[in-house]
Write a protein that binds this ligand. Structure first.
Ligand SMILES: [Zn+2]
Length: 157
């Protein structure tokens, strides 16, 4: 079973069913969860903007106009990417230089000497790596400079 390659959707669904039985809760691909959150946001906004759905009190009536801005923050959140994609624990020790705040330069260009990865918080485990969604590689002969962005990993599509 360890090196068994899942060959089709039916087999994948059977494995998901077994995982659900093991965990006693729903198990689904992260993309399915993200899609559900997006649908939920769209429904809350529609319930509060579509004249055919408006009532005196609608679910989300007090906050629906903030959801688009909140959704942008969720989609670009490095914390959420580290928790969900990199499966890191929440970092609890503050970086002495960046003091708990994001620093784009330390995240993307100049590595922090304390390895906070520009998050402002120190890695919890020795095996954790900085997770920015991109990988920066040294390319001394590159025409665009010493460093360049190698690859983008999607987050919350
Ligand atoms: Zn730092």
């Amino acid at each position: 079973m360890k090196n068994h390659v899942i060959s089709n959707n039916e087999e994948a669904q059977e494995l998901i069913k077994r995982l659900q039985e093991y965990y006693h809760e729903p198990v689904l691909p992260l993309s399915s969860f993200c899609r559900a959150m997006s649908v939920w946001r769209d429904c809350i906004v529609k319930n509060n903007t579509d004249p055919n759905l408006l009532r005196q009190e609608n679910q989300g009536g007090r906050y629906f106009n903030f959801l688009d801005e909140l959704y942008v923050d969720i989609r670009k959140s490095n914390l959420l990417a580290r928790l969900l994609y990199a499966k890191e624990p929440l970092r609890s020790r503050m970086c002495p230089i960046h003091k708990g705040h994001y620093d784009g330069n330390a995240m993307f260009f100049e590595k922090c000497p304390h390895l906070c990865d520009g998050t402002g918080w120190l890695r919890e485990r020795a095996g954790d790596e900085g997770f920015s969604g991109i990988k920066i590689v040294e390319t001394p002969d590159s025409e665009i400079g010493k460093r360049r962005v190698q690859k983008w990993f999607g987050k919350f599509r």
